[in-house]
Design a protein around this ligand. Structure first.
Ligand code: HEC
Ligand code: HEC
Ligand code: HEC
Length: 467
């Protein structure tokens, strides 16, 4: 009798299992927590549509990597186009190890080396959100097609073996609980190091130089160690929190480029305790000084008066007249294209909406990239206190003109020891300098070819002697 009952129960459970699983759909609180974790992980900055305003997490957005364009896939729960049907284990494996359910390796443009340390609880909440809290979108994002040899995804197997750690995240024991929380956010979910840490020749983060500054698509993610000169030691806690919330701090700097995206899609929506925790952790990162720096990037506050008499020409105040002209007179370009917002003296507008270019990290840095990139791409960033918008000048100015106006800004308002030329602007316009790895590719392919020819020759000779 008892056997029959057991059999009956087993059968019922087996038959009902799929329905029970559905009934066990995660509760609203877990999904909501997952949504917050997705925000902290900044998933939306990459997994968005190509044109802004498309459905959330539908993918298609193109990430310009030094190896070529990488398309962010659709990660909505669509069975046709997204990750619908993925088990928790499938999801977890792609998030931590960069391996898709079909075994294909992901490129580290998806920051799985950082996400590897996400806690089990947070990963489950994230999964609950992406399977039950996101609207499925059936549009398949275009596939990524990198040039040979980078199209061989299996190349990531040895890369992972060399550079991906399997260790779970462990906070530094000596830190306060707040700083430990900050360390968790900064090193895993918020993946700050993916931009702010320099990369080695194989493009893995150099952990020994964490947060000392990195290059991302033409932009310079500055040194954010606690050093008061080269890093952020001179920023107050409130200023750092305000920068994360709003994307700008008077007398310090502006968040444009990838940092503007991090503010818009992630940081501005995080809780006050979490932002303060990140700051508490950043304070504990050992200071690293660049010997070329003599003062902080925001420390170029001296005003060098501009002589107005030279700019009383009628055309210099007319933005269109200058934008359409071929002049490479930086002062005229500045007066025509920039002064209407930033002021002829570079002091910005009184309310700070148009920021001063005097005493700003982009104009005082020993690296002019962010100044040039801002002129090329403009600023389009939503922070907690509003929408900052500066037009892009990439189409209105040629490389020589951008260099001229940047040099005018550097000389007049910023670090006059730094100058740029048209060739540098051309490189930044094309997405930044090519990493050594890419320059070596033809050599590596050539070398492999030689080895192959050598092997074939030896093989043929052996057969010849044998016969
Ligand atoms: C810096 C950009 C970036 C961020 C941030 C990012 N991803 Fe990705 N993700 C990518 C790219 C690019 C790929 C595809 C890589 C490839 O083609 O190898 C990818 C792939 C994936 C995949 C595999 C999908 C598939 O169909 O192969 C999943 C799942 C995923 N991401 C989830 C997430 C989640 C969840 C977050 C936030 C916690 C996140 N990603 C944040 C860029 C990003
Ligand atoms: C997608 C790349 C990217 C990510 C991710 C990123 N940053 Fe940035 N960050 C930048 C860039 C680029 C700048 C320079 C922005 C500018 O000048 O317009 C910057 C600027 C900053 C600054 C201002 C520094 C200065 O001297 O002006 C701070 C502070 C900062 N980031 C902290 C962080 C922290 C903390 C995180 C993680 C929560 C983070 N960033 C994540 C790219 C990034
Ligand atoms: C229509 C107004 C407008 C014009 C014209 C304009 N800007 Fe801006 N600029 C802005 C705004 C708005 C911001 C961002 C403010 C913020 O983030 O709150 C900004 C930010 C900047 C920054 C700081 C960026 C950073 O990454 O830290 C620099 C440098 C800059 N502008 C230079 C220029 C130069 C040079 C020109 C002329 C070629 C110019 N701007 C023209 C409005 C303007």
């Amino acid at each position: 009798m008892s056997r029959v009952t057991t059999l009956f129960t087993t059968l019922t459970v087996a038959l009902l299992a799929p329905y029970l699983a559905q009934a066990q759909a995660p509760d609203a609180a877990l999904i909501e927590r997952g949504a917050y974790i997705a925000t902290a992980g900044d998933c939306a900055a990459c997994h968005r549509t190509k044109q802004s305003g498309g459905p959330a997490y539908a993918g298609g957005y193109v990430i310009a990597s030094p190896l070529g364009d990488i398309v962010a896939p659709n990660i909505t729960p669509s069975h046709k186009a997204g990750i619908g049907g993925w088990s928790f284990e499938d999801f977890d494996r792609s998030m931590r190890r960069g391996v898709r359910p079909d075994g294909a390796r992901l490129y580290p443009a998806m920051p799985y080396t950082n996400y590897q340390g996400i806690s089990e609880d947070d990963m489950r909440a994230l999964y609950a959100f992406f399977t039950n809290g996101v609207k499925p979108v059936d549009t398949i994002a275009p596939t990524t097609d990198l040039p040979f040899p980078f199209n061989i995804r299996a190349m990531m197997i040895p890369w992972n073996w060399m550079f991906r750690s399997d260790k779970p995240f462990r906070p530094t024991p000596a830190l306060s609980p707040a700083a430990q929380r900050g360390q968790y956010l900064v090193e895993t979910l918020a993946h700050c190091g993916s931009c702010h840490t320099p990369r080695n020749i194989l493009m893995a983060e150099k952990n020994s130089q964490a947060f000392t500054g990195g290059d991302v698509g033409g932009w310079r993610a500055p040194n954010i160690t606690s050093d008061p000169v080269s890093g952020i030691g001179g920023w107050s806690d409130q200023q750092l929190v305000a920068y994360f919330r709003n994307g700008h701090v008077a007398g310090k700097g502006v968040a444009a480029g990838g940092m503007g995206e991090a503010v818009e899609h992630s940081l501005r929506s995080l809780s006050d305790p979490d932002l303060s925790a990140m700051v508490a952790y950043m304070r504990t990162v050992a200071p690293v000084r660049d010997s070329a720096d003599t003062r902080a990037a925001f420390g170029f506050t001296q005003v060098r008066p501009v002589s107005l008499t030279a700019y009383e020409n009628s055309d210099t105040r007319d933005q269109n007249a200058v934008a359409g002209s071929a002049t490479i007179d930086g002062a005229r370009l500045y007066a025509g294209a920039c002064a209407s917002c930033h002021g002829l003296n570079g002091n910005g507008s009184k309310d700070g909406f148009y920021p001063p270019l005097v005493g700003s990290s982009a104009t005082g840095s020993n690296n002019p990239n962010n100044l040039v990139m801002t002129v090329l791409t403009g600023v389009d960033r939503r922070g907690s206190d509003g929408h900052a918008f500066m037009p892009a000048f990439a189409n209105d100015m040629n490389d020589a003109q951008v260099a001229a106006v940047a040099n005018r800004v550097l000389t007049q308002f910023g670090n006059s020891a730094v100058q740029v030329d048209a060739a540098q602007v051309a490189t930044l316009r094309a997405g930044g300098g090519k990493p050594l790895l890419l320059k070596l590719v033809p050599w590596i392919i050539g070398l492999l070819g030689l080895v192959l020819v050598g092997l074939v020759t030896v093989f043929m000779k052996r057969r010849f002697w044998k016969s």
